[in-house]
Design a protein around this ligand. Structure first.
Ligand code: NAD
Ligand code: K
Ligand code: MN
Length: 347
């Protein structure tokens, strides 16, 4: 590559405060990556209220010309608004970013100490209840709402492969399948069986034979996550469970403002902090930029620039360990830009 074309979609709320920080971190790694070229793109609630479109065609077209992208967060309303549909859910489908990879790692107080939490949530990113086929009807006893929950063998298999692939590169090589097939034996049953079957697929050729497999019902998985998070290495889950488990895991490491993710497909990757647009703190300049900065590192790692990713991650680790310049979500009183400045100094 001569240059690295990166689409930037801050979207709404604190997205405008944290995505510029991620951009600055990428610029700081210099020659460890091809020259970055940034493309500012629109999506979200704010652009919807101005133009009536939450995900402009131009944004999707421009992304297809990019090597990768960073997405901030959208402010999706909790009520139904005619014409509005979450652009992040749509983008994941349009670009076939089928895996949402969310590493949750506690930063040890001293270097070299084993962190209590060191896991990756691998969330299926295209189906489950997020196909958003909902209907409201009038039943005999009042309104009735229904939703379709789609689980396919195809999507379960490719997310399973992704989970085993990731496990292969980790010391513990352990995959836990999250499901609720004691109740949802057809949908979650298909997910569970398909993921379990991945290691014996002919095309896999025994590559995953060293990976150990466990499974856990989603409710008790959350319970065990809080009591003994160290049992988890790679957790693979259908879309909704993966969404919930990763926010829960974020609480274990101190803040949602720390947890990064990538939306990955076979041909494209989009970094994205796990958190939302945080309307309660938006505009105050106190959003934690670390989740976005780490999302940039994760994206660069996925694109096979491990040196650049390591430099960013190490700088962030140091700032957290030192504990002097932190945003309020981590008990500090520093601003977004002050945390960024500390990170940039160390990159
Ligand atoms: P949220 O993640 O925005 O906020 C939850 C809590 O965590 C808030 O108290 C917030 O202040 C705090 N927080 C989150 N990120 C932080 C950061 N970087 N630094 C410091 N504190 C941080 O979740 P919510 O309040 O339930 O949702 C707000 C909006 O975000 C909703 O409209 C929701 O639809 C949207 N959302 C979008 C995405 C996405 O873009 N993928 C994900 C989740 C929620
Ligand atoms: K987000
Ligand atoms: Mn979420």
């Amino acid at each position: 590559r001569q240059s690295l074309k990166i689409g930037l979609i801050p979207a709404d709320g604190i997205g405008h405060e944290v995505i510029p920080a991620a951009r600055a971190a990428i610029e700081a790694v210099g020659s460890d990556i091809p020259k970055p070229e940034f493309v500012d793109l629109l999506a979200g609630w704010e652009v919807f209220t101005r133009s009536g479109v939450a995900l402009p065609e131009e944004t999707v077209d421009a992304l297809k010309e990019c090597d990768c992208a960073l997405f901030g967060s959208v402010s999706s309303p909790s009520r139904k608004v005619t014409g509005y549909s979450s652009p992040i859910v749509a983008l994941r489908k349009k670009l076939d970013l089928y895996a949402n990879i969310r590493p949750v790692v506690s930063v040890a107080p001293t270097a070299g100490e084993k962190p209590d939490v060191d896991l990756i949530v691998v969330r299926e990113n295209t189906e489950c209840l997020y196909v958003k086929q909902e209907e409201l009807t009038n039943g005999e006893k009042g309104k009735e709402a229904r939703a379709t929950r789609l689980i396919t063998e195809y999507a379960s298999r490719r997310i399973g492969k992704m989970a085993f692939e990731l496990a292969l590169n980790r010391p513990r090589k352990h995959v836990t399948i999250i499901h609720k097939s004691n109740v949802l034996s057809v949908t979650d049953g298909l997910f569970r069986e398909t993921v379990r079957g991945v290691p014996s697929l002919p095309e896999v050729n025994g590559r995953f034979d060293d990976v150990t497999i466990a499974e856990q019902l989603v409710d008790s998985a959350v319970y065990r996550l809080f009591r003994e998070p160290q049992i988890y290495d790679v957790m693979v889950a259908p879309n909704l469970y993966g969404d919930i488990i990763s926010d829960a895991a974020a609480a274990l490491v101190g803040s949602l403002g720390l947890v990064p993710s990538i939306n990955a497909g076979d041909n494209f990757v989009m970094g994205e902090p796990v958190h939302g647009s945080a309307p309660d703190i938006a505009g105050k300049g106190i959003a934690n930029p670390i989740a976005s900065i780490r999302s940039a590192a994760l994206m660069l790692r996925y694109l096979k620039y491990p040196q650049a990713a390591d430099r960013i991650d190490k700088a962030v680790d140091e700032v957290i360990r030192e504990g002097k310049v932190l945003t309020p979500d981590l008990g500090g009183n520093s601003k977004t830009n002050e945390v960024l400045a500390e990170v940039l100094k160390r990159i």
